[in-house]
Design a protein around this ligand. Structure first.
Ligand code: COA
Length: 222
């Protein structure tokens, strides 16, 4: 799947190859999944191998990508990135920090969420919007919020819940913006411009977010 419409042309996106799911990573990275179930080990390896491949294309120094206290990958100094995996797809996106301040990516199967989870994700505005657009992937709001979280986490440094923001989706352009809700306890950096988009493939939904310093950068045309 060509995910380039989601990000500026200076970001490198890697879809994990079959080999990446199986190939062990750096010893220090392998230590992070010691004792994990096989499925988790495969997803972790796919994500780390895809991220290493993206960083290599950006001439980043090779080295283990460890993780911080909230599970966030620790990128080499001067680089930003994001990883996502589901059962049968894994993607990583990386860029040199500068024109792009932060990135977030998410992949989801084109299946509805379990109702007991779904009810905590969408705000009232989003529920109304999704009811009006039954043809959209049921996980759209969930996925967009997951990638938004990954994108903002390095800047805000803390967990924030799904009811913190409400999304405004532009179906014609497959893009989205967000508004903090009354429940929001996060001080989103106002000096940065947020860009959000989604792509629907045969079996998956992909969402991507990035932040730029103020003025928009050119996003590759679809
Ligand atoms: C962190 C979270 C987004 C990860 O999602 P997931 O369903 O486990 O799965 P994904 O495969 O899409 O993403 C996992 C990857 O996200 C990355 N990640 C995890 N925590 C992260 C964080 N705090 N910041 C940035 N990236 C993070 C990691 O690379 C992880 O893969 P790895 O453990 O193999 O390195 C999710 O578990 C979570 O906590 N969500 C609640 C927070 C949220 O989304 N709030 C809504 C805001 S509006």
């Amino acid at each position: 799947m060509d995910l380039s419409p989601l990000f500026p042309s200076n970001a490198v996106i890697v879809n994990a190859t079959d080999e990446m799911w199986e190939t062990p990573v750096h010893t220090e990275e392998e230590r992070l999944i010691q004792g994990s179930i096989k499925k988790r080990q495969r997803q972790f390896r796919a994500g780390r191998n895809a991220a290493h491949a993206a960083l290599e294309q950006l001439d980043a120094p090779d080295g283990p990508l460890l993780r911080g206290e909230d599970r966030q990958p620790i990128w080499p100094r001067g680089y930003v990135g994001s990883i996502s995996h589901c059962d049968d797809s894994c993607v990583a996106v990386c860029a040199v920090e500068g024109e792009i301040i932060s990135l977030g990516i998410d992949v989801e199967p084109l299946k509805p969420l379990k109702p007991k989870i779904a009810r905590y994700i969408d705000t009232e505005d989003e529920k109304t919007f999704m009811q009006r657009h039954q043809d959209l992937p049921r996980r759209l709001i969930f996925s967009a919020k997951e990638s938004l979280y990954k994108c903002y986490y390095p800047l805000v440094g803390r967990f924030f819940g799904f009811q913190s923001v409400t999304l405004d989706v532009d179906i014609s352009r497959q893009r989205f913006q967000f508004r903090p809700t009354a429940a929001c306890k996060i001080d989103f950096p106002h000096h940065l411009k947020f860009h959000g988009g989604y792509l629907i493939a045969e079996e998956h939904l992909y969402t991507g977010c990035f932040l730029t310093p103020g003025t928009p950068v050119a996003v590759q045309s679809r």
